[in-house]
Design a protein around this ligand. Sequence first.
Ligand SMILES: Cc1ncc(COP(=O)(O)O)c(C=O)c1O
Length: 310
Amino acid sequence: MPAYVFFRKQFVPLSEAKIGILTHALHYGTACFEGIRGNWDSERESFCIFRIRDHYKRLLEGCRILKMNVPYSVDELCELTGQLLARSGYRENVYIRPLAYKSSEAIGVRLHDLEDDLCIVVTTLPPYLDVENGVRCCTSSWRRVDDTMIPPRGKICGIYVNSALAKTEAWENGFDEAILLTQDGHVSEGSGENIFLVLGGKLVTPPSSDNILVGITRDTVMKLAENELGIATIERQVDRSELYAAEECFFTGTAANIAPILEIDRRPIGAGNIGKITARLQSLFAEVILGRNPKYSDWYYPVSPKPGRT
Ligand SMILES: Cc1ncc(COP(=O)(O)O)c(C=O)c1O
């Protein structure tokens, strides 16, 4: 468990960071969050927080949708996170969870006339999906929320009920993950990941207009594929049946990393094992998130642990 968290503008012990049961966000999902990886480099004895600025930019965009005022700039949020991680005592890969929420203790559905707060927690995360052996998926009977319902481009807490319904349905039916379709039946994404197909040696992924969370790992993979492998990504609508015809398929996400999909709706994808392009992207990704490639130095935010804390 983390020793300290950032809560009500201060670093406090986790045991002191409590909210009241009338907190607006608890009742109505009026909050948004991020998931950020801090990767521990044991050779350099330091963390590389991966694409932290992009995560905080997305958080602040989500806050605008919810009419929340977070009184910190992207730079200040990075600085606060660095300070929290440095004093956390961790010497392993960590998962950073900032949450901006409607903190007023008030009953009544609305966005206006409410106070906001921001907390940040650093913790560890067990493997989310099996990236080494691949995953088995089903198409969900639940449809992805539409931008006209709750905008999926923000990581808005209430939306995650949609993801949770799909994930648990998949799990109870013996699958590892769900793939959600849009209202008009196009492939959108996994419950907590973006999806890519390999078709004709190229990457294909649903566009932001198909109600995806525009993932930072998705963008990383598109850039690595283009720059390092010379493979272009086509962002376009994807039919469900194209999943079955794909040569390879994989999920991307901060929690999931790059997770090969071996089977969808009880049909093997490609040869039913991890495809060549997926494997090459996995190894490029594993290297880049440790912060060792100077070409991508904009993506790295190094943090050294505070001496004396273990
Ligand atoms: C619904 C959803 N889609 C996609 C992603 C992947 O986004 P990212 O790569 O920025 O973590 C996430 C995870 O944050 C998610 O929750």
